[in-house]
Structure formats: structure tokens, C-alpha cells
Write a protein that binds this ligand. Structure first.
Ligand SMILES: *[C@@H]1O[C@H](CO)[C@@H](O)[C@H](O)[C@H]1NC(C)=O
Ligand SMILES: *[C@@H]1O[C@H](CO)[C@@H](O)[C@H](O)[C@H]1NC(C)=O
Ligand SMILES: *[C@@H]1O[C@H](CO)[C@@H](O)[C@H](O)[C@H]1NC(C)=O
Length: 281
């Protein structure tokens, strides 16, 4: 079988490795911003563990049709209750939202294995679970503060930054984007905050961006239930442009075609193998 099958096998390997080259194109949504875990561990194979697993499954399923949801999984006793939620960034479309939440859940499994609580923020979504309720509770604890290098005091750029962030502070809704020239800003609340809580959280995050990041080229302030970010002078833009998504579509189509070709190659190998078995030689 060496003569026919070997070139086919190398074709298959080539196609598979080629298609895997295109998978990291989603990294803009999937890349990790931060992750954190509770210190306390749960008992392996406990009711808590199985409740946690069904919670995480529910979150991933829900993300196929909603940008935000929360779940409370009740156990036989109060020690088995687990609370959780996810929030996709406002511009992330449904199939991408579900992929992002699924990716967060697998990150949680790696980072917070057997921990009672955990939270992961990727570029495109946020997932958190705990055995103490945090649903509907406003929390302005600073989870991550990241400021870029200072550009010195550039009155114009900083004036534009302040104007963009003031615009976002004054706008409504849980997801807000804005920009002028090179300055881009974005804010996002977790969906369990009501309008006034979201506003309060966003004001706090924007205030900290200005006070803590000063004249930095970019700034990220992630509070427990909302975040505010900006970038100036060509630093990364947080919302995906339309150009990006059409590129993603082309990539997806190409990956599907490669997958089909790989499938055809597999079938040919299988048939060759069967034919040789049946007819001997
Ligand atoms: C969470 O689980 C830990 C460990 O089992 C326990 O010590 C703690 O009291 C629990 N918290 C709540 C709110 O049930
Ligand atoms: C949690 O989800 C339920 C059902 O979808 C909803 O009625 C409730 O308002 C949500 N709670 C919070 C805090 O978001
Ligand atoms: C939002 O929730 C807080 C705390 O639960 C409450 O005091 C406030 O009245 C609510 N505001 C609105 C606009 O619903």
C-alpha cells in the first residue's frame, strides 16, 4: 500500500497543517486579558463540581443566542450552590460570542482547576463563577490596570482623549464606543448592572483612566463589573472593523474548503486500504 497511500498521507498532513495556520486569526477576540481564581478548592467529584460543570455548559449554550446571561445552579444543600454569568462585548456577533465563552470556559479549566471561584476576561467576553453570589451586585474593585508608555504632555492628543471619554461617559447603554482621529475609546458593563449602577461603574473607570494613566498612549482599567479603555496614535483598536470581519469570512471559507479536501483525501486513503484488503495486494 506504500505506493499510493504515502503521497496521499503527506497531502493530508499538508492540508491539515495549512488549515491550522488559519485558526489563530480569531485571536483578536480570543486573547486573554486577565484571569483570576478563588484560593479555596472544592472537593473533586463532589456535587459542587457537577453543578459547576452544568453551570459552565449552560453559559456556553446560552452564548449562542444572547450576549449576556446569568445562572444559579441549586444543589441539595447550600454548600453546593454555584453562581455564574458571562458577558460578550457589545460588538461581538452571536457565533463569535459562543466561541469566546467556550474559550473562556476552557481557560478557566486550565487556570482555576478545582477552585471554588474564577473569572476570565478575554478581549471579546467575560466569564465568572463563584460559590458566593455576586449576581446583580455592583463591584468597582480594580482587577486590572494597564497604562501604555507616556507620550509626555501632548495637549492636543490628551484633549481628544478626554473629549472621547467624556462622550462615552455621557452616552447610554452597557456598551459604548467612540473616537476622533487616532483616539479610540470603549466601555462595557456586565449585564447584571442596572442603568444607574452601570453609569456609576463606568464613571469610576473613566475617572481612573485619566488619573492613573495620565498621558499614556493607551489605558485599560478593568473593574469587577465594567471596564474603560482608550488608545491614541494608532495603538490597537478594540472594536473589530468591517474589513476585519470580511477577512474572517474569507478565512473561514478557506478553512472549510481545506477541511473538505482533507476529508476527501481521508476517504481516498480509506478506500485504497479497503480495496487492497479485499483484493489482496
Ligand atoms: C465557598 O466554598 C468554601 C469551600 O468549600 C467555603 O469555605 C465557603 O464558606 C463557601 N462560601 C459560600 C458563600 O458558600
Ligand atoms: C438572571 O437571569 C434571570 C433569568 O434570565 C433574570 O430574570 C435576572 O434578572 C438575571 N439577574 C441578573 C442579576 O442579571
Ligand atoms: C439599580 O439598583 C440599585 C441597587 O440594587 C437600586 O438602588 C437602584 O434604585 C436601581 N436603579 C434603577 C434605575 O433601577
Amino acid at each position: 500500500m506504500a505506493t499510493t497511500v504515502r503521497p496521499l498521507l503527506s497531502l493530508l498532513t499538508f492540508l491539515l497543517s495549512l488549515s491550522s495556520l488559519f485558526v489563530p486569526s480569531r485571536s483578536s477576540i480570543d486573547s486573554l486579558v486577565y484571569g483570576g481564581c478563588a484560593q479555596v478548592k472544592y472537593v473533586p467529584n463532589s456535587p459542587y463540581e457537577s453543578n459547576l460543570n452544568s453551570l459552565l455548559t449552560s453559559l456556553v449554550n446560552s452564548a449562542t443566542y444572547s450576549a449576556y446571561n446569568n445562572y444559579t445552579i441549586m444543589g441539595s444543600g447550600p454548600q453546593d450552590v454555584v453562581y455564574g454569568l458571562y458577558q460578550c462585548r457589545g460588538d461581538v456577533a452571536m457565533p463569535d460570542c459562543a466561541m469566546c465563552v467556550a474559550r473562556s470556559v476552557s481557560q478557566l479549566g486550565l487556570l482555576c482547576s478545582q477552585k471554588c471561584g474564577g473569572a476570565v476576561q478575554l478581549e471579546g467576553c467575560f466569564v465568572k463563577y463563584d460559590n458566593a453570589t455576586f449576581l446583580g451586585v455592583e463591584d468597582k474593585t480594580v482587577v486590572l490596570k494597564k497604562c501604555g508608555p507616556s507620550i509626555g504632555y501632548e495637549t492636543e492628543a490628551m484633549g481628544r482623549r478626554d473629549a472621547v471619554m467624556a462622550g462615552l461617559a455621557g452616552a447610554g447603554g452597557p456598551y459604548r464606543v467612540g473616537g476622533t482621529g487616532d483616539v479610540q475609546g470603549v466601555v462595557q458593563c456586565v449585564g447584571d448592572l442596572n442603568v444607574s449602577e452601570c453609569q456609576d461603574c463606568v464613571s469610576e473607570a473613566i475617572g481612573r483612566l485619566k488619573s492613573d494613566c495620565g498621558t499614556a498612549v493607551y489605558g485599560d482599567i478593568f473593574l469587577a463589573k465594567c471596564y474603560a479603555r482608550y488608545s491614541t496614535s494608532g495603538a490597537p483598536i478594540y472594536s473589530k472593523s468591517h474589513k476585519d470581519s470580511s477577512h474572517d469570512e474569507a478565512t473561514k471559507t478557506f478553512a472549510i474548503i481545506l477541511g473538505l479536501l482533507a476529508g476527501v483525501a481521508l476517504i481516498i486513503i480509506f478506500l485504497t486500504f479497503i480495496i487492497r484488503k479485499v483484493f489482496g495486494k
